[in-house]
Design a protein around this ligand. Structure first.
Ligand code: ASP
Length: 439
């Protein structure tokens, strides 16, 4: 058994957290490859080291005073080293970093030092080999991740290494300069390493016990999702549920390696297992609920629209011309509605309306703002009758007017449009009917 274990910033924010991580790693011999983030927040008011590094670099490269921030960063690491009682000095590293900041080597380099230094501490603490991610993770000159060369190099390098720490979040371009993934990118590194070593499991340790069925800001203590497929995850993540970096799925998905989201502060919890497909029956009919506010709809009406070939294309072309992407497009015989993000659309509103008039000569165009979309997602829906019926009965009971309904042919999700003001009440009603009453 080989496992890759990635630990997020809050799991490595202090010596106390590091110790928990050490215990977790030592509890299972198969946890052989460790991918750390930079130290995150120790409490709500704290700052992430990555953010401090960006601030420090910006100040240094613009000739402003930066020493105070650098001191703050040094202290964060010193505190961890002392608390762990490891024999390691980062003085030389920090001298190097300071010089590079003043010489403006780049913001990506700056940000990457957070995981680089944390990786060094982690390797010393565990007695594992330290492998600089710059030597094994590659980007092309445009900054795009190079999957093939990385996979080759990483798998060759790790073949003979029993246990190693590989810092997350960054790699290098061919000219040697450092490049990072987007924020939260250590998740991606973990996935890449898991693929390269053909891991049996990619464990992603964070500060929650997995994906929650619904947003905890709306539902008090929601249930944790035990098993979720990549497809379901994608649907929920798209609608705002976030725990894992979006790009972390692709490398392992192709290899059929499951991801297990775990909680460093509650290692006894099983967390959420993310898989390609499963015969395991979901605990409830639905897997999760997620949603977003801030949409608007453009309703177009024209008598005999149904017999006009190319009508839809012409309308959508107007949106395309202004670079506005559409989310959903429910239609009737003589009506067609396009749902878009309000913030993206507002700037072009009048031009788009004029464009639609020119393109298809409609009888009238009407707009409605402040709409929310809710996705009810679940592989279990396919096998059970009456899911839609239950959703709409629950919404009717809660006195919510449904503005739009869209069910994909995959029967994996049902999308419901409601007024922004009804958003929270609608999610509560759906959660209650499927989860609270099924427990
Ligand atoms: N430290 C980086 C960030 O804060 C990357 C990560 O934690 O995954 O975004």
């Amino acid at each position: 058994m080989k496992k890759v274990v990635k630990f997020g910033g809050s799991s490595l924010a202090s010596a106390k957290q590091f110790k928990k991580v050490g215990d977790i790693i030592r509890a299972d011999k198969s946890r052989r490859y460790v991918v750390p983030s930079a130290p995150g927040k120790r409490n709500d008011k704290d700052e992430k080291v990555t953010d401090l590094l960006y601030q420090c670099y910006d100040a240094a490269s613009e000739g402003r005073s930066y020493k105070k921030i650098l001191e703050k960063i040094k202290n964060r690491y010193e505190e961890i080293i002392e608390g762990l009682n490891v024999n390691l000095s980062l003085d030389h590293e920090f001298a190097n970093i300071e010089e590079n900041f003043v010489n403006k080597v780049g913001r990506d380099y700056a940000a990457s030092r957070g995981e680089y230094l944390n990786g060094m501490i982690m390797a010393a603490y565990l007695g594992y080999e330290f492998i600089d991610a710059a030597e094994v993770i590659f980007f092309d000159e445009n900054g795009n991740f190079e999957a093939d060369s990385t996979n080759k190099e990483l798998s060759e390098r790790l073949e003979h290494v029993e246990r190693a720490v590989i810092p997350g979040f960054y790699g290098s371009k061919h000219d040697g300069s450092i490049k990072t993934f987007s924020r939260g990118g250590s998740d991606v590194t973990g996935s890449i390493v898991a693929k390269a070593i053909h891991a049996d499991m990619y464990e992603n340790w964070t500060d929650v016990s997995g994906f929650l069925v619904a947003d905890p800001r709306i539902i008090k203590n929601p249930e944790v999702i035990e098993t979720i497929t990549y497809k379901e995850l994608r649907e929920l993540a798209y609608m705002g549920a976030s725990v894992l970096h979006e790009d972390a799925i692709f490398p392992v998905r192709k290899e059929g390696i499951p991801i297990n989201i775990r909680n460093t502060n509650r290692p006894e919890d099983k967390g959420t297992l993310i898989v390609e497909s499963t015969v395991r029956k979901p605990r409830y009919t639905i897997t999760g609920i997620a949603g977003k506010k801030g949409f608007c709809s453009i309703n177009i009406e024209k008598a005999m629209m149904n017999s006009e070939v190319g009508f839809g294309r012409k309308v959508l072309e107007v949106f395309e011309d202004f670079g506005v992407s559409f989310e959903h497009m429910p239609s009737g015989i003589d009506t067609m509605t396009v749902l878009v993000h309000q913030s993206e659309f507002e700037e072009f509103e009048q031009s788009v309306i004029a464009g639609i008039h020119r393109a298809v000569n409609p009888d009238f165009v009407e707009m409605e703002s402040d709409l929310a979309l809710i996705a009810v997602v679940g592989r279990g829906m396919k096998a059970s009758r009456g899911t839609a019926g239950r959703i709409f009965a629950a919404l009717a009971h809660a006195r919510i007017n449904v503005k739009m309904i869209d069910q994909g042919s995959s029967e994996l999700n049902i999308i419901i449009g409601v007024k922004d003001a009804d958003f929270e009440t609608a999610i509560k009603a759906i959660y209650d009917i499927f989860i609270t009453t099924e427990i």
